[in-house]
Write a protein that binds this ligand. Structure first.
Ligand SMILES: NC(=O)c1ccc[n+]([C@@H]2O[C@H](COP(=O)([O-])OP(=O)(O)OC[C@H]3O[C@@H](n4cnc5c(N)ncnc54)[C@H](O)[C@@H]3O)[C@@H](O)[C@H]2O)c1
Length: 443
């Protein structure tokens, strides 16, 4: 990869799924980066040279950039701004923006970082909001910096939303479909263009508010696509049609495209549910009742009950029965359990007296900490999970589950019932092996 014409000193605040990938990838393309995190345990892990999350390709870049000195870690924003005598010219805010009880985004961490940055800059600094935030957050960040920047040091605020997906985050960051820069000055635009120049990506420059809206509107649109196909799947189940064929037929239309048309158990994770909720909340606050978003949420909530509904149809009384859940992470290739549909499934089944045997290739250490999985048997592998089970339910479409030896699984189970909530198996084959099979929106 070509290095930038000008390398920059960059501070990334928040070393989570987004901040760590951002920091490591910016170091990979030639910048000098300090990742700051306020969690002492995470910081210790990072300083030991260990990547605390499961993200394909990240460890290699992490190790390389730490070794060549372009990626470092600090426990405070102050240290990050002045690392080893160098001044950070660009500060990325990549802290969490979790949902509050009323559905709005909790922006207190963003504010805290803005205040600390304001108090500690002494030369022109671009403060970049990378966290997902509601429209007009940039104005608040700017106001905050103005309030606490007693020295009057020049600064600019930029909105640079991140579109990476967990599981493909490194690739998404290094080969993005677009880089969105919401700016309020030419100076900030020039600096940010230099930062991203090595990616040779399409750069869309907008005003701050439009950039903020692009992120919420994009995530909500993708969530809507998922709910749409799940609603179609429900109709397919009622009339005996196959949602996979319907989705293929729809996806061949270039105006629609094939992605995000997989019917299943609904969406989860740290982004779609909270961003949808926050987008609805901010729209309403600004005077527009964005009802479509409510329907998207309602369909998703209904869909998360698919396994519990189907299992009652297949197993009659559930008290004391055993169900194997294959997959716990909210999607494959990540260990992220935040707002994973598996949590809803576990809660629904446990409340009906079902005993759980669960397996996930990487997310089990995180799942073990969650109360909804208390008492579940955390299995060694897929086959250990299905031992003695009255039904197996595919919750996350990890590629390894597609290749499950169904004959072997059947021998291990008490009754051969498959609830394929991610449509990974061939229904005809499963049935020919003697399974009772139910897939989402499939006859
Ligand atoms: N996870 C994704 O796939 C994804 C994708 C695009 C955008 N986003 C957005 O990016 C933001 C971060 O998400 P994430 O998944 O990386 O969250 P995360 O929880 O994994 O990481 C946030 C990190 O910020 C740290 N932090 C919090 N307050 C801090 C402070 N004051 N100073 C220093 N560190 C602090 C936390 O310790 C944590 O390590 C969110 O707004 C999210 O919506 C996430």
């Amino acid at each position: 990869m070509r290095l930038p014409m000008r390398n920059h000193d960059i501070c990334v605040v928040g070393a989570g799924y987004v901040g760590l990938v951002t920091g490591a990838c910016l170091a990979e393309i030639g910048h000098r980066v300090v990742c700051v995190d306020s969690d002492p345990k995470k910081l210790k892990t990072l300083k030991k040279g260990i990547v605390p999350i499961h993200e394909p390709g990240l460890t290699e870049i992490f190790k390389r950039t730490v070794k060549n000195g372009r990626l470092s870690f600090a426990g405070s924003v102050l240290e990050g701004l002045r690392f080893k005598g160098r001044r950070a010219e660009v500060v990325f805010i990549a802290v969490g923006t979790p949902p509050r009880h009323d559905g709005s985004a909790d922006l207190s961490a963003v504010e805290a970082v803005a205040e600390t940055v304001a108090k500690n800059i002494d030369s022109y600094t671009v403060v970049v909001d990378k966290s997902t935030v509601p429209v007009e957050t940039g104005d608040w960040v700017s106001k905050t910096i103005q309030r606490f920047n007693k020295s009057g040091t020049p600064y600019d605020v930029v909105s640079n939303p991140e579109f990476l997906s967990e599981g493909t985050a490194v690739r998404d960051f290094l080969k993005p479909d677009r880089v969105v820069l919401g700016v309020s000055s030419k100076r900030a635009e020039t600096l940010m263009r230099e930062v991203y120049a090595p990616l040779k990506a399409v750069v869309l420059v907008t005003d701050l508010k439009s950039a903020e809206l692009i992120k919420h509107a994009s995530n909500s649109f993708l969530a809507a696509k998922i709910s749409y196909i799940n609603a179609v799947a429900n109709l397919c189940e009622k009339v005996g049609a196959d949602v996979q064929l319907v989705a293929r037929g729809m996806g061949l239309d270039r105006r629609i495209g094939p992605m995000f048309l997989n019917a299943g158990l609904g969406f989860g994770g740290f982004c779609f549910p909270k961003d949808l909720e926050a987008f609805y909340w901010i729209s309403k606050q600004k005077g527009y009742d964005f009802q479509l978003l409510k329907s998207v949420q309602d369909i998703n909530e209904h869909q998360k009950g698919w396994i519990a509904r189907k299992i009652e149809e297949k197993l009659w009384n559930l008290e004391g029965k055993t169900v194997a859940l294959l997959g716990l992470a909210f999607k494959p290739d990540t260990d992220d359990m935040r707002f994973a549909p598996s949590i809803d499934v576990a809660r629904q089944l446990r409340s009906r007296g079902v005993k759980l045997r669960v397996f996930d290739p990487v997310a089990m250490p995180r799942a073990k900490k969650l109360p909804d999985f208390k008492g579940a048997h955390f299995a060694q592998d897929e086959y250990d999970a299905v031992k003695g089970a009255d039904a197996l339910a595919v919750v996350t479409e990890w590629p390894c589950f597609k290749d499950l030896d169904l004959k072997r699984a059947k021998r291990l189970m008490r009754t051969p019932v498959i609830l394929d909530a991610r449509n990974v198996f061939d229904p005809a084959r499963a049935r020919s092996l003697g399974f009772e099979y139910a897939g989402v929106g499939r006859p």
